[in-house]
Ligand binder design. Structure first.
Ligand SMILES: Cc1ncc(COP(=O)(O)O)c(C=O)c1O
Length: 362
């Protein structure tokens, strides 16, 4: 039997022609490419967590309702009264769940997002069988509201994704623009405000859920310092959340994640303090970058900074040779020509990056 024929006969053509999500090998690098929190939990808490994890019943499925974990999320992370959360294995899974739920099979279903955007929006749309429509950001990286409203009118998207702040640009879209999009969608479509970077932006649509029936707010514990456990959550009107709950795979949050997240949320002040330190570092690093000749710094409300340099490919290659890993955005979209994205890290790692960048620019 020919494996090529087998694959051609079974695997969808769009999947066959696609590549897997690429994660570069970061061993030996100062890793500043994935917006991780560089700080671990303090030693004492890690030991206590180890004791908790040792007690976890690995032989049992997770308790399906995730009651104690959801209770902590609602209480500690600002979910409005009367609203529940749906949990995902990272917010990546929540994006896929939303796409699968809103990808009608007997009519064209569209996902709309400004571009450049977080790549998993388009990927999840494609896998679910939705058409993805991307509306380019303006040169200053703001939303092109007239173009977004025209696209809503024309395509009637069932889902709009807005990352707030946006990845890979780092900026917060204008609140009035997002409100206009929520109103234009009305009862025809949903608007997902993806607040993955909320700990660094400290601005949120979460308290506004009661104002907009078509608003979904999604967040993650990844950027707060728990990227390894994979836990995302989203909230929306209870009747709406109930629909997505039908598509969520049962037991999608494993018992180790559940226990680790409950423990971390009991000590959320530690994570909040780390986020505060990173916000301080963001201010310092932005200022240092802006002082470099030839470097344009875009304003950031996230834990990363997007910059433009005269020759991004050359700077990126030189940084790699110095074992500093950041993201080269220059091929992603024309508005990001010669742009690079760097995660804000510890003072030491930021200094190592700055030193290497100065050398790379010369
Ligand atoms: C805007 C945005 N949303 C969602 C995610 C995915 O986060 P998670 O780790 O929860 O899957 C990311 C990750 O970089 C992101 O930038």
């Amino acid at each position: 039997m020919s494996l090529d024929s087998l694959i051609a006969n079974t695997i969808r053509p769009d999947v066959r022609s696609d590549k897997s999500y690429h994660v570069p090998d970061a061993s030996g690098f100062v890793k500043l490419d994935a917006m991780e929190n560089p700080y671990q939990l303090p030693e004492e808490l890690r030991r206590e967590l180890a004791g908790r994890l040792a007690e976890v019943a690995l032989n049992r499925y997770p308790a399906a309702a995730y009651g104690p974990l959801k209770e902590r999320i609602r209480a500690k992370l600002g979910i409005p009264a009367g609203y529940d959360v749906l949990l995902g294995n990272g917010s990546d899974e929540l994006i896929a769940i939303m796409a699968a739920t809103c990808a009608w099979q007997d009519r064209r279903a569209v996902m709309l997002a400004p571009v450049p955007a977080f790549v998993m929006f388009q990927r999840s749309a494609q896998v679910a069988g939705m058409d993805f429509v991307g509306i380019p950001l303006k040169a200053d990286l703001a939303l092109d509201l007239p173009a977004m409203l025209a696209a809503i009118e024309r395509h009637r998207p069932t889902l709009i994704f807005l990352a707030y702040p946006n990845n890979p640009t780092g900026n917060l879209f204008d609140t009035a623009d997002i409100e206009a999009i929520l109103r234009a969608q009305g009862e025809q479509g949903l608007v997902v405000v993806d607040e993955a970077y909320e700990p660094f932006a400290q601005q949120s649509f979460m308290p506004r859920l009661p104002e907009f029936a078509n608003l979904i707010v999604m967040r993650t514990l990844s950027k707060l310092g728990l990227a390894g456990i994979r836990l995302g959550y989203m909230s929306a009107a209870p009747a709406l959340l109930e629909q997505f709950e039908k598509v969520r795979p049962p037991y999608n949050i494993n018992v180790m994640t559940q226990a680790a997240a409950e423990f971390a949320l009991d000590h959320v002040e530690v994570l909040n303090e780390q986020a505060r330190l990173l916000r301080e570092q963001r201010t310092a690093l932005s200022a240092a970058l802006a002082a470099l000749p030839g470097v344009q710094v875009f304003p950031s409300a996230a834990n990363f900074i997007t910059i433009r340099v005269p020759d991004a490919d050359s700077v990126h290659a030189k940084l790699v040779s110095r074992k500093i890993l950041i993201k080269n955005l220059s091929k992603m979209h024309s508005v990001l020509a010669n742009c690079l994205r760097v995660t804000v890290s510890t003072p030491d790692e930021n200094a190592a990056f700055l030193d290497a960048l100065k050398d790379s620019l010369s």
